[in-house]
Design a protein. Structure first.
Length: 283
């Protein structure tokens, strides 16, 4: 057959992404009219929301389709990759609408998304290791707990729900992030990965740890850039570079790259390990 099942499904994904998602016209400023979101050609924030929304959907469908082509031990990791981009797609539908209608940063929507997707990204380290070797449950809970605390501190800092210095909340969140980095570079997770002896699993682990280290660095930078003013020891510091547009573009691009790159790294490792297993079985 000229078109395989995979090619047919991929074509459906492309058509769905191109024709169903965009409900906009090219105008100067974005606005909402009769239930439709009209994207302005000068609205760079709105454009970044649209790109992220379409990419998250396409990634979710791709990972879901490819899940059927990997070995059983990798299916859980592929499912989590699908959930990460799928949940993000759902929330980005609301975030882009919030931006178009109000022109304000969708902080609550964004953190609801992060509270679901970031812990899933972090526990991927556990499931990657579990796919190729034996891992303790305590590692799972340490990674999960530190990622949730990191987000709680960030949310309290950005929303000022209970007050306090935004910089103090930022610092507490950074401590949690540094612990995660330690765990995947020098801690139990890093040691287990090194001793696993599985080339595909080690590739996925190495890829994800650099995404968490370099890719995630965009978020604390965006957090600081998005502070209009903060108070430290009674001294108020104003941010002359504050821009609600810049912070949302930074966050959108960071989400787009980090969430899809996570899934792609897992998919590459899963396909490689599956092919290696098939070759060993044939021999």
């Amino acid at each position: 057959m000229f078109f395989s099942l995979k090619n047919t499904l991929f074509l459906i994904v492309c058509i769905f992404t191109v024709f169903l998602l965009p409900t906009s016209a090219a105008v100067g400023d974005s606005y909402s009219e009769d239930g439709f979101l009209v994207l302005g050609q000068d609205d760079l924030v709105g454009i970044s929301f649209w790109i992220a929304t379409a990419a998250m959907l396409a990634s979710s469908l791709f990972f879901l389709i490819e899940r059927a082509n990997v070995a059983p031990q990798w299916k859980t990791s592929m499912t989590i990759a699908t959930l990460i981009t799928g949940i993000a797609f759902w929330h980005y539908m609301y975030m882009r609408e919030h931006w178009i209608i109000t022109g304000e940063s969708p902080i609550v929507y964004r953190y609801v998304d992060w509270f679901l997707t970031v812990p899933l990204q972090i526990v991927e380290f556990y499931f990657i290791l579990a796919a190729v070797t034996t891992v303790t449950a305590m590692l799972f809970w340490r990674l999960l707990g530190s990622s949730v605390l990191m987000l709680v501190f960030g949310f309290l800092g950005e929303t000022q729900m209970i007050g306090g210095s935004s910089i103090v909340w930022w610092t507490l969140g950074m401590i949690c992030w540094f612990y995660i980095i330690y765990e995947i570079f020098r801690g139990e997770a890093a040691i287990i990965n090194k001793n696993s002896g599985n080339e595909a699993g080690q590739f996925a682990f190495q890829s994800l740890k650099w995404i968490v280290t370099i890719g995630w660095a965009i978020y604390p930078i965006g957090y600081l850039y998005g502070l209009e003013a903060t108070t430290i020891l009674g001294v108020t510091i104003s941010n002359t570079a504050y821009s609600v547009e810049a912070i949302n573009i930074i966050y959108n691009l960071a989400d787009l790259v980090n969430k899809t790159a996570f899934g792609v790294a897992i998919w590459i490792a899963a396909v490689k390990d599956t092919k290696d297993s098939e070759r060993r079985f044939m021999i």
